[in-house]
Design a protein around this ligand. Structure first.
Ligand code: HEC
Ligand code: HEC
Ligand code: HEC
Ligand code: HEC
Ligand code: HEC
Ligand code: HEC
Ligand code: HEC
Length: 357
């Protein structure tokens, strides 16, 4: 009875809605926490209270996540421990325990497909490959608060990593146009959870186009889409053609490392042009593709010249071989002739000796 004496500070199992304050007794106390780790953040509770989880818990809804749903109860591990439920590669399944459970989420009227969609994304695949610079659920939604620090809305989180794309998009005509229509930016074309690797077919006007939902034949956007696809495709095929001829030349033992290095520069132009699609300005994209196409054409010419040189050397080698074969057969015949003359002389010797005897 003494061990469980409230007078001596005993706290029984907290009710769900008491958990955040239960943990925050220590975790929001800077003086206490910084004795153990001077870098430890002490804002988990204050942040948590701004999240949908925190707000709903305050309203008495206990189906939301409180501290223990994400961290465990008696088995809490350091967040850097690979076995911790909040370690980057484990976060998605921690959230999915509720968010992918239709029965648990019944009545909230929000989808329960975030985990399934996220698992198919380039982000999940990059993370599974061990690259923790790719985002998981809590990277975009915040660990404790409604959004990660410095991000006004989750829809703006992409730019914290994809800086160039955001800068170009913000200067493009779409920024203001989308804002006026109440549309999100990046997510409008890329979606939020099932973000896949785009291809050049996303620009253009084919079935995979990300433009034709809004732009129709005859308007400026439609024309820009067609022009950008044509330029990207032109550079891409120029690169392939140049790389092929250089590879053949290299396999034939020709020295083409110089043109190969230059071709890498043209490849770089293609990468930049794909980022510059976010200006939605066909002229800006063309500037890069033109530069790349020019380099690719030079590299192609260098490859062709190397192959011509190889043919020339092969012909030279062939002629030299014929000359060597002729010389060797001439020598052989000569030796045979000398040998046969020799053996006659030898026979004559023997016959003379025989007569003498
Ligand atoms: C929705 C899930 C979730 C909830 C709810 C949650 N946490 Fe966290 N917590 C995380 C994640 C994710 C991390 C970050 C892991 C990382 O940095 O890789 C984290 C990190 C932490 C850390 C390490 C320091 C830091 O802030 O990065 C502490 C301490 C912590 N949480 C305590 C709490 C407390 C106390 C509560 C309740 C008030 C709480 N957490 C609620 C998911 C959650
Ligand atoms: C009596 C004080 C106290 C209480 C209550 C408490 N903690 Fe902690 N917690 C600590 C201390 C101290 C550390 C270790 C800090 C260090 O050494 O880095 C810690 C570490 C952690 C960590 C690991 C942080 C990291 O840097 O990896 C998490 C997560 C955490 N606690 C979550 C919780 C949760 C969830 C609750 C409530 C269920 C809770 N704590 C209740 C004192 C407390
Ligand atoms: C214990 C179950 C549970 C866990 C674990 C959980 N959540 Fe939730 N979450 C909920 C419930 C219930 C809601 C309330 C839904 C609502 O109000 O729309 C919610 C709401 C949300 C919302 C707001 C949705 C909206 O209405 O716009 C986001 C975002 C969210 N959770 C993200 C996460 C992330 C990220 C994780 C993992 C780090 C996580 N949750 C873990 C149960 C959970
Ligand atoms: C790349 C960033 C990113 C990642 C990773 C991410 N989300 Fe989201 N999520 C978003 C954005 C953006 C929205 C839309 C928010 C808005 O419009 O305000 C959203 C919306 C949501 C919502 C609200 C309901 C809905 O579906 O629209 C929930 C719940 C949610 N995400 C949970 C999760 C969970 C669980 C994971 C991990 C399995 C996850 N998210 C991973 C960016 C992300
Ligand atoms: C925490 C950083 C981070 C955040 C936030 C983030 N991403 Fe990513 N993203 C990455 C990483 C890392 C990759 C993998 C890069 C690679 O392998 O090319 C990636 C890949 C991508 C790709 C494929 C790139 C390619 O070269 O094919 C797209 C498209 C993308 N992200 C869009 C988004 C969008 C849209 C958002 C916001 C909803 C977002 N990302 C949020 C880090 C992030
Ligand atoms: C109007 C549609 C649209 C919007 C809005 C948009 N993108 Fe894109 N994005 C595309 C298209 C189309 C491609 C494919 C370009 C290609 O591969 O030729 C692409 C490619 C990408 C790539 C892969 C190529 C690269 O840059 O490495 C990333 C990453 C990316 N977008 C991120 C973003 C981010 C971040 C935002 C928001 C700031 C955003 N996108 C807004 C249409 C859009
Ligand atoms: C969600 C709808 C939407 C999508 C998707 C979209 N746009 Fe737009 N776009 C607009 C709106 C709205 C404007 C502004 C219209 C205006 O000012 O006349 C615009 C303007 C433009 C402009 C400037 C036109 C001008 O009059 O100067 C270009 C170029 C453009 N878009 C190209 C594209 C390309 C390329 C894509 C695909 C990668 C794309 N858009 C996808 C809605 C969209």
């Amino acid at each position: 009875m003494n061990a469980m004496s409230h007078a001596k500070g005993f706290r029984g199992a907290p009710k769900k809605n008491q958990i955040p304050e239960f943990c925050a007794r220590c975790h929001a106390d800077a003086t206490y926490m910084h004795r153990f780790n001077p870098q430890m953040r002490v804002d988990q509770l204050s942040e948590y209270l701004t999240s949908v989880h925190g707000k709903r818990l305050k309203q008495g809804d206990t189906r939301v996540a409180a501290c223990v749903d994400c961290h465990g109860v008696h088995n809490i591990l350091a967040v850097s421990d690979t076995r911790a439920p909040v370690y980057p590669t484990n976060v998605a399944s921690t959230c999915a325990r509720c968010h992918a459970d239709a029965a648990h989420m019944k009545g909230f009227n929000i989808p329960t497909d975030q985990f399934a969609l996220y698992e198919k994304s380039v982000h999940a695949q990059t993370l599974a490959g061990g690259d923790t610079s790719a985002p998981t659920c809590s990277t975009c939604h915040g660990n404790h608060g409604a959004t990660p620090p410095g991000v006004g809305s989750v829809a703006n989180v992409c730019g914290t990593c994809h800086v160039m794309n955001e800068q170009l998009f913000d200067k493009s005509p779409h920024q203001a146009a989308f804002a006026k229509m109440g549309l999100p930016g990046c997510v409008q074309c890329h979606s939020n959870h099932e973000i896949v690797r785009p291809t050049d077919a996303w620009v253009g006007t084919g079935p995979q186009s990300a433009c034709t939902t809004c732009h129709t034949p005859g308007d400026k956007g439609y024309g820009a889409a067609q022009a950008m696809l044509a330029d990207l495709t032109h550079l891409d095929s120029s690169l392939t053609r140049a790389a092929e001829v250089l590879n053949v030349a290299e396999r034939a033992g020709m020295e083409v490392s110089g043109p190969k290095v230059e071709l890498a520069g043209a490849q770089e132009d293609l990468v930049k042009a794909r980022v510059d699609v976010h200006t939605f300005d066909a002229a800006a994209v063309r500037k890069l593709t033109d530069s790349g196409v020019e380099i690719a054409a030079k590299s192609y010419q260098a490859g062709v010249a190397a192959l011509r040189e190889r043919d020339y050397r092969r012909k030279g080698l062939g002629l030299a071989l014929i000359a060597i074969v002729l010389a060797i057969s001439g020598l052989y015949l000569k030796i045979r002739q000398m040998e046969s003359g020799d053996s006659i002389g030898h026979r004559g010797d023997v016959e003379r000796k025989a007569r003498e005897v």
